[in-house]
Ligand binder design. Structure first.
Ligand SMILES: Nc1ncnc2c1ncn2[C@@H]1O[C@H](COP(=O)(O)OP(=O)(O)OP(=O)(O)O)[C@@H](O)[C@H]1O
Ligand SMILES: [Mg+2]
Length: 306
């Protein structure tokens, strides 16, 4: 295994490429994931997340570049890697007519997993009460959790999850975040895809933002936002200052009325605050700090549409 930044790499992807119909849909993607890291691949629909992940999992053949998982190549199919990695696909397939528990027992049997382990995994993903429910009678969110349980049943050290929280209600998504954090706390490495910016920001140690098959930014969520040389969005309720007064504030741009507010941007929040405090109006100022959406906008010139 190669080492970088003092940590051990669980995954190393180098110049990975996939071409469909003469068009590169994954176009020279490179990154490493350290052991124990929660690594997110974030990007809008069609960005190439699933294609990248499935080449990493050894399920699709790359047209160029290389993948190393735990020091070995996943393609052609590498049976020595299989017990060490867990894979959840974007569209999960289950054995027909089996209950949640039977699904796990069946998947587990492929890896020689003890029956006790199945109950633990059901509990881990919050499906204990549904253990004897047939898979086709589960709700969408419960099926999603069952597919994660199937990826986890053999206790792999490296877990790949393709949009595990898609189509879950807010409560189920939060529950799943707890499950994923719990898996990370047990020292597992997680590579996951999502198109939810806010979720990636909360869960991931590092994020690669993928767009049109290319990594356009990669770092910790904080660093991605910190490095952004963006103006801070601010607003004041109407009636506090006139439009002209707002325009005369230091380093203010993009002044406009939006409903009951006057909105503007500035680079130096403190200078604006200073002037407003002297007038006794500072309490009215609302600021919105930069987010990963701003990173995307800055890099691509267009809004992020998940
Ligand atoms: N088997 C295939 N044959 C031809 N084109 C494909 C194939 N698989 C994916 N593509 C194309 O590659 C591009 C990337 O697809 P991919 O499924 O990797 O995107 P994604 O980021 O996972 O999107 P989503 O968020 O919708 O899951 C898309 O334009 C898609 O149409
Ligand atoms: Mg996908």
């Amino acid at each position: 295994m190669n080492k970088e930044d003092g940590g051990v790499n669980a995954v190393a992807v180098e110049a990975l490429t996939k071409v469909y119909g003469g068009k590169p849909v994954v176009d020279g993607v490179s990154f490493t994931v350290r052991e124990g890291e929660f690594f997110g691949i974030l990007g809008p629909n069609g960005a190439g997340k699933t294609t990248t992940l499935e080449m990493m999992e050894g399920l699709r053949k790359a047209d160029g570049g290389s993948v190393s998982l735990l020091g070995a190549s996943p393609h052609p199919r590498n049976t020595s890697l299989l017990p060490r990695i867990g894979v959840q696909l974007q569209s999960s397939a289950f054995f027909e007519r089996l209950t949640a528990k039977e699904q796990l027992v069946t998947f587990g049997a492929l890896y020689g997993v003890e029956a006790d382990r199945v109950d633990d995994v059901l509990a881990l993903v919050g499906l204990t009460e549904e253990a004897h429910t047939r898979e086709d009678k589960l709700s969408g969110g419960q099926r999603q959790r069952l597919s994660i349980a199937c990826a986890l049943v053999h206790d792999p050290e490296l877990l790949f999850l393709d949009e595990p929280t898609a189509s879950l209600d807010p409560q189920a998504r939060r529950n799943l975040w707890d499950v994923l954090r719990g898996i990370k706390d047990r020292g597992k490495t997680i590579v996951y895809t999502t198109h939810y910016i806010e979720e990636a920001e909360r869960l991931c140690d590092r994020i690669a933002i993928l767009d049109h098959g290319q990594v356009i930014a990669m770092d910790t969520p904080d660093a991605l936002v910190r490095d952004l040389d963006t103006r801070v969005s601010m607003d004041l309720p109407q009636g506090v200052l006139s439009l002209d007064e707002v325009r005369s504030l230091p380093d203010v741009q993009d002044v406009r009325e939006e409903g009951s507010k006057i909105c503007f941007t500035a680079t130096d929040t403190n200078a604006v605050m200073h002037v407003l405090s002297e007038r006794g109006d500072a309490g009215h100022l609302q600021t919105r700090t930069a987010s990963l959406e701003d990173v995307f906008l800055e890099l691509t010139g267009r809004e992020y549409r998940s």
